[in-house]
Unconditional design. Structure first.
Ligand code: 4NP
Length: 156
């Protein structure tokens, strides 16, 4: 059974699709499954924002085939680790968690590098293209840490 990781943001079209693609690229596909979802449903069924697709492509990743969806309660049993992009995602996802063990799976993404500092991966939706590069850099660094940890935890 692969270890399953879910990346979560608000719309599931800008940040979490990048997080999904980046983490996937750092882990062996036979042992790890990475997916993403949004707390909102406005973009369900759509592909990622064209700016996220372009930013990923510039760095050698193809995320164009992803489809947005909203997080659901069954995700808490389906997934082993749930990473959220910002503090409002954290609040929303924790509120949806059906029990304490589900809630314990939810972590703020940047806490992986800067524990307890409550750093958000900023929402780039209403800004310019440079916001997407910044998000990519933050996520690449955090995913490197997450991948290292997961590979160590699940190597036995
Ligand atoms: P994301 O960005 O949460 O990184 O996917 C957003 C995408 C869409 C909206 C907000 C944030 N929106 O308001 O539609």
């Amino acid at each position: 059974m692969p270890v399953k990781i879910l990346m979560v943001c608000l719309g599931n079209i800008c940040r979490s699709p990048l997080a999904e693609g980046i983490l996937q690229s750092k882990l062996p596909a036979d042992k790890f499954t990475v997916d993403s979802a949004g707390t909102g449903n406005w973009h369900a069924g759509q592909g990622p924002d064209h700016r996220s697709v372009a930013t990923a492509k510039n760095r050698g990743l193809d995320i164009s085939c992803q489809k947005a969806r909203q997080i659901k309660v069954s995700d808490f049993t389906e997934f082993d680790h749930i990473y959220v992009m910002d503090s409002s995602n954290l609040r929303d996802v924790q509120q949806l968690a059906p029990n304490a063990s589900a809630k314990a799976k939810v972590k703020l993404m940047m806490d992986e590098i800067f524990p307890g500092q409550k750093i958000d991966v900023p929402d780039p939706y209403f800004g310019g293209p440079e916001g997407f590069d910044k998000v990519y850099d933050m996520l690449d660094e955090a995913c490197e840490m997450v991948a290292g940890k997961l590979l160590k935890e699940h190597s036995a």
